[in-house]
Design a protein around this ligand. Structure first.
Ligand code: GRF
Length: 199
């Protein structure tokens, strides 16, 4: 990936797609030297698909019928068609198999609403509040076979306030997500990040 060629980006979503929109905006404004090749959802009703279409982006819905192997074969065929340089998971709520992840190692990224390695998995905001943490945040990381465990590209902190509820904390973290995902992919587009296999 060089600074001269815009990165071809595939974005995978499951829901409202606000991180997808943050990435698409950054591409459109030139902040991120990338082009959204396709937005793919794992269900037809994902609100983010409408948002992507409203932006004139190509979209596809791949319905997960309960068979991960079949879903991943269809996803791979779709991705081959768009030949992305990078695949951005943006609120994509499926766990991908180790084989699938291996094929995209070093060029697949995820945004996670916690300061990894703390709070992998779901319900991060609730768990942070229950633990009484003063600091929370978001991380962009390379996707590796182990869930939410790949090397971190970028992360940013937010303060946890005494009056916070899950909803207020989630909203504050989401603002950070929208900022750091484009920044992290900018590092990728500029060739400033690589992931190396352990020696
Ligand atoms: C984000 O908080 C993301 O970190 C988490 O799910 C949420 C998705 O939001 N995994 P959106 O679909 O990008 O709006």
């Amino acid at each position: 990936m060089s600074a001269a060629t815009p990165l071809r980006l595939a974005i995978l979503i499951s829901g409202r797609g606000s991180n997808m929109e943050a990435l698409a905006s950054a591409c459109a404004s030139g902040v991120l030297a990338a082009r959204v090749a396709v937005v793919i959802a794992d269900r037809g009703g994902a609100a983010g698909l409408d948002a992507a279409r409203a932006r004139g982006l190509e979209t596809a819905a791949l319905v997960h019928a309960g068979d991960r192997g079949a879903f991943e074969r269809a996803l791979e065929a779709l991705l081959e068609r768009y030949r992305p340089d990078a695949v951005a998971l943006a609120g994509f709520m499926r766990v991908l198999s180790a084989d699938f992840v291996a094929r995209y190692l070093g060029r697949m990224f995820n945004i996670h609403p916690s300061l990894l390695p703390k709070y992998r998995g779901l319900d991060t905001h609730r768990r942070v509040l229950e633990a009484g943490d003063a600091i929370h945040g978001a991380s962009v990381h390379f996707v590796t076979p182990e869930l939410d465990a790949g090397p971190v590209v970028l992360q940013s902190q937010v303060a946890v306030l005494p009056a916070d509820t899950e909803a207020t904390l989630a909203a504050r973290v989401l603002e950070v997500e929208h900022r750091i995902y484009p920044q992290a992919l900018r590092l990728v587009a500029e060739g400033r990040t690589t992931v190396a296999a352990p020696k």
